[in-house]
Design a protein around this ligand. Sequence first.
Ligand SMILES: Cc1cc2nc3c(=O)[nH]c(=O)nc-3n(C[C@H](O)[C@H](O)[C@H](O)COP(=O)(O)OP(=O)(O)OC[C@H]3O[C@@H](n4cnc5c(N)ncnc54)[C@H](O)[C@@H]3O)c2cc1C
Length: 410
Amino acid sequence: MELHKGSLYWPTTYKAPHRNKPAKIADCYDAVIVGGGMSGALTALSLLDRGYQIAILDKRRFASGSTSANTGLLQYSNDIMLHELIEQIGEKDAVNFYRSCKISVEKIKEVADRLPVDPHFIFRDSIYYASDGQDAERLEREYRTLVKYDFPCIFWDRETLLNKAGIDRPCAIVTHRDAEVNPYIFVNGIFNLAEAMGAHLFEYTEMVDVNDAGDKLTILTSSGDMMTKNIIFTTGYETLPIGKRIGADMNRSYVIVTEPLKELPAWYNDALIWETKRPYLYMRTTADRRIIIGGLDEDKGKMEITDRWIKMRGNELRNSFKNLFPDLELEVDYAYCATFGESIDNLPFIGEHPNRKKHYYLLGYGGNGTVYSMLGAEMLADKLCEIENPASHIVQLTRMTETGKKKMIL
Ligand SMILES: Cc1cc2nc3c(=O)[nH]c(=O)nc-3n(C[C@H](O)[C@H](O)[C@H](O)COP(=O)(O)OP(=O)(O)OC[C@H]3O[C@@H](n4cnc5c(N)ncnc54)[C@H](O)[C@@H]3O)c2cc1C
């Protein structure tokens, strides 16, 4: 499966080290993690912190899947607004989930501080603007809901939004304590740390099958068989090697990265910017003064993605940006298309397979994927340590659809 196509920016910012496979495979790992992206890296660190002996495999190089296409916005607000999530799953669980996301942003910062490389983590405000008059009311309702549950944010009317941020739209919520990161350096940094903590790293190693061997599992891989007590799938948007995903849609999304700009005239505090329309336009700045602009999500369909198509969609993104900031001229350095997975209820899939003991999944589908990766890493580490996690039932694989049909992963 092609996870992205076109020219990526993040891999140009860091030279990932060559990672040797260990000289000897362990007799039996506590856990083998399949997938060396954001989810695999954070899960590895959470398990290492609890003293587990682990191996991580990836059929490609680490951090070269969707993680290298990730635009690095970290937000406690989700694709589904809090008041809408309350309608979907009830007040207690919805608020609990939003609070867990907020805590996860802070935990990502703690991880960033431990790394041997600088992943450019910076706390930022997010400007969440109403795309049109119809959405203004929704956004006001969302603001009242966030304030009711003590989420840090303020409301801007049209005049304030225009004066402060140069954006001429009906209104906006400005959320505080969101953040940006360079996901490629971040994940590579975690693997540098994980290796130093004793993790066994296997790049270019594909997991092919798993067999039950009493209280252990035998994993068949392209680098040989491995025994483990637990297996954790952090395989992202790829087809699952074991199990069938039924609660998600696979789409694709587009991103452009500009050349470095001398100055960003009306950019309020280098905030992350996004909007209420779906699919939404979103943008951020980078450490070297570029602007990253993403959006234009579309059904995967059957159409072959060509360089010409990516360029055309890139031009559309640039025009959408110009619509918002007419005075800013942009030259595009990088443009790409990437597979993007969304669950049908806007929540990630985290937990143990209902019928396969010791098989765990962490699939952080949705625009807040990195926050979900952090949330899931902690949840799975708790689960393996038999610690109750207060939010795990919200994202479990066996949750039901509105129609009562079982969904997620079978
Ligand atoms: C364009 C775009 C922009 C995004 N922007 C944001 C953003 O701003 N903020 C945010 O929070 N999230 C964002 N996301 C989502 C984010 O990228 C994902 O949530 C995240 O990358 C998922 O990480 P992962 O580890 O689950 O997947 P990946 O990084 O894809 O890692 C999975 C790995 O599993 C490996 N693998 C699969 N099958 C096997 C197998 N059988 N054997 C061995 N290895 C296997 C793959 O090679 C891959 O490297 C964005 C996504 C896209 C596409």
